[in-house]
Design a protein around this ligand. Sequence first.
Ligand SMILES: [Zn+2]
Length: 102
Amino acid sequence: MYISNMTHFLDETGNLPKEMPRQARELASFMALVVDSTTRKSPKTLASTDIRCFKKDCQGLIKSEILGKKDDIHWVCNECDNEGVISVWQGTRWDNNSGKKL
Ligand SMILES: [Zn+2]
C-alpha cells in the first residue's frame, strides 16, 4: 500500500523536480496521472482509468475513487495487489477541480 502526500513530490514551483532518482520520478509521475485522471470525474466509487499499473510484469489498469470526508484519492490495480492512497493533491497542477468545490 502506497500512502503518498502529493506535495512531497513537488518542488517550490509545484512541479515535479527535474533531478530525482528514477524510481521516485516514475512513482511521482504515476501519482500525477492518477490525480489528473481521477479529478476529471471525481468518482465516489472505483472507476476505470487508462493508467497502467507500474508493477513490473503487471498488465493491469488502475481504478480510482475519491474517498469520503478527506477527499483522498484511493487507487487499486485491477490485476495485482498494487494499491495506494494519495493525499494533499488539492490545488496541485493536476487537480482538475481546482477552484471548484467537490
Ligand atoms: Zn498491477
